[in-house]
Design a protein around this ligand. Structure first.
Ligand SMILES: [Fe+2]
Ligand SMILES: [Fe+2]
Length: 229
């Protein structure tokens, strides 16, 4: 397998187990999924030779995940909504509340928590709006196109993609900022159990968003943009 000249998005779409390797190397495969693997060696936390070995090993691992490149649009959309939109709806309010709590209690010694709190609060609002845009406009247009092959439905679906991709970039920037502000979610020595739980939830939000944005940017949106009526 020659993966060096493949895009990151294609590698993860074809071999889902490789996403763990990219996460470990700190390489963004979801918003930056268009880039070729060889272009990302500079930012990798793992030496290129080792990275390649790890990726090849991961690509040989079997996975129970369906092949989303070949699944119907409807199946993929159902999966995104039931798994990833649901995850955000179920957890984001608690994540923001907890961040506010630790800022209130620990803000004196950890002033960076103010910006963590404001960043995750804004991100919540943006994500809620974004998911409504997807569920009420983009996803129905894609499903409509799948069912009817109508040119109007395809044009509508394609016309909304750039804005949604831009939202993903902004969310990716916010999550990166939170990771930097918390020093990779490192617990300070004076951390209480709430502090631990908050950082854990922020990390899980980032992990889930990586997979979520990958499925949309690199598979769903890429596939619909390649369609012609
Ligand atoms: Fe989404
Ligand atoms: Fe999205």
């Amino acid at each position: 397998m020659n993966i060096e000249n493949k895009s990151l998005g294609d590698i993860v779409a074809t071999y889902p187990a490789t996403k763990l390797v990219f996460d470990k190397a700190g390489i963004d495969y979801c918003c930056g999924g268009e880039r070729l693997l060889e272009e990302t060696y500079k930012e990798s936390a793992i030496e290129p030779e080792q990275l390649l070995k790890d990726l090849i090993q991961a690509s040989e691992r079997t996975t129970t995940e369906p092949n989303w490149m070949k699944a119907s649009y409807r199946e993929l959309i159902r999966h995104i909504v039931a798994t990833h939109h649901r995850f955000i709806e179920d957890t984001i309010d608690e994540t923001v509340d907890l961040t506010g709590k630790i800022y209130r209690v620990h803000g004196n010694h950890h002033p960076e928590l103010r910006e963590v709190f404001s960043t995750v609060s804004n991100l919540r609002n943006e994500l809620k709006m974004h998911m409504i845009d997807e569920e009420t406009a983009e996803f129905p247009a894609i499903e409509d196109y799948e069912e009817t092959r109508s040119k109007a439905a395809l044009e509508k679906a394609q016309s909304l993609v750039q804005k949604l991709r831009d939202d993903h970039d902004a969310a990716g920037d916010a999550l990166r900022k939170i990771r930097e502000l918390t020093n990779n979610y490192e617990l300070p020595e004076d951390a209480c159990p709430t502090y631990y739980k908050t950082l854990d939830m922020l990390r899980k939000l980032e992990d889930d968003m990586h997979t979520h944005v990958h499925l949309e940017n690199n598979i769903l949106f890429k596939r619909i943009m390649a369609e012609s009526a």
